[in-house]
Design a protein around this ligand. Structure first.
Ligand code: ZN
Length: 186
C-alpha cells in the first residue's frame, strides 16, 4: 500500500464530475487500500478519489467512536462507528430531515464551516468486489457521506455555503497558499 498525495482546492479535479467504476479488478482493490491508508495518514474521516487526483466514483470513510473528538455533545455508538467503509458508485436514494455540522475537508486545510445537510440518507453502492449493498446513514456518517458524494460530483463544500461565507473562505485559502509559497521560496 502507499500513501497518495491529497490535492488541495482550487485543483480542477475537485470540480470535475467523476466517472462511474465499471471494472472491479485488482487495480481497484489496491487503489481502495491506498485511499484508506491515505485517509488515515492525513487524519481524515472521509476521502473521495478525486481528492487524490483520480476522477472515479469511489470514496472511503472511517469514523472513530472511541476518541469521540468530533462530537459536540454526548453521542451513542452507532453501527457505522469504527468501521472501514468503501463506497463505489454510490447513489443517494432517499433523504430526510435537516442537519448542520461544522465540516472540514482534507482539500481545504484549516477550514471548518457549518454546512446544511440532510439528517438521514439511504445510499445504494457497490463495494470493491462489485457487490451491491444498501446503507441507512444518520448523524456524522450521513454528513460525511453527503460531503464525499458531493466531491465525486465535483461539488466542494464551499459551494454549499452562503455566497458571503464562500467568498470569505476562498480568500482565506488563497491567501494561505500565497503565504506558504512565499515561505517555500525563502
Ligand atoms: Zn472534502
Amino acid at each position: 500500500m502507499s500513501v497518495l498525495k491529497v490535492v488541495e482546492w482550487p485543483a480542477k479535479v475537485l470540480e470535475t464530475k467523476s466517472e462511474e467504476v465499471k471494472e472491479f479488478d485488482e487495480d481497484l482493490k489496491k487503489f481502495v487500500a491506498d485511499m484508506h491508508e491515505t485517509m488515515d495518514e492525513a487524519g481524515g474521516i472521509g476521502l473521495a478519489a478525486n481528492q487524490v487526483n483520480v476522477a472515479k466514483r469511489i470514496l472511503t470513510i472511517c469514523i472513530p467512536w472511541t476518541e469521540n473528538k468530533y462530537a459536540e455533545q454526548e453521542e451513542k455508538k452507532e453501527h457505522w462507528h469504527d468501521k472501514r467503509w468503501t463506497f463505489v458508485n454510490p447513489v443517494i436514494t432517499k433523504k430526510k430531515g435537516k442537519f448542520r455540522w461544522q465540516e472540514g475537508c482534507l482539500s481545504f486545510p484549516e477550514v471548518f464551516e457549518f454546512v446544511d445537510r440532510a439528517e438521514e440518507i439511504w445510499v445504494t453502492a457497490q463495494d470493491e468486489n462489485g457487490e451491491t449493498f444498501e446503507v441507512h446513514a444518520n448523524g456524522l456518517f450521513a454528513v460525511c457521506l453527503q460531503h464525499e458524494i458531493d466531491h465525486i460530483d465535483g461539488i466542494v463544500f464551499i459551494n454549499r455555503m452562503s455566497r458571503l461565507k464562500s467568498t470569505m473562505v476562498r480568500k482565506k485559502v488563497l491567501k494561505r497558499q500565497r503565504l506558504m509559497n512565499t515561505e517555500v521560496e525563502e
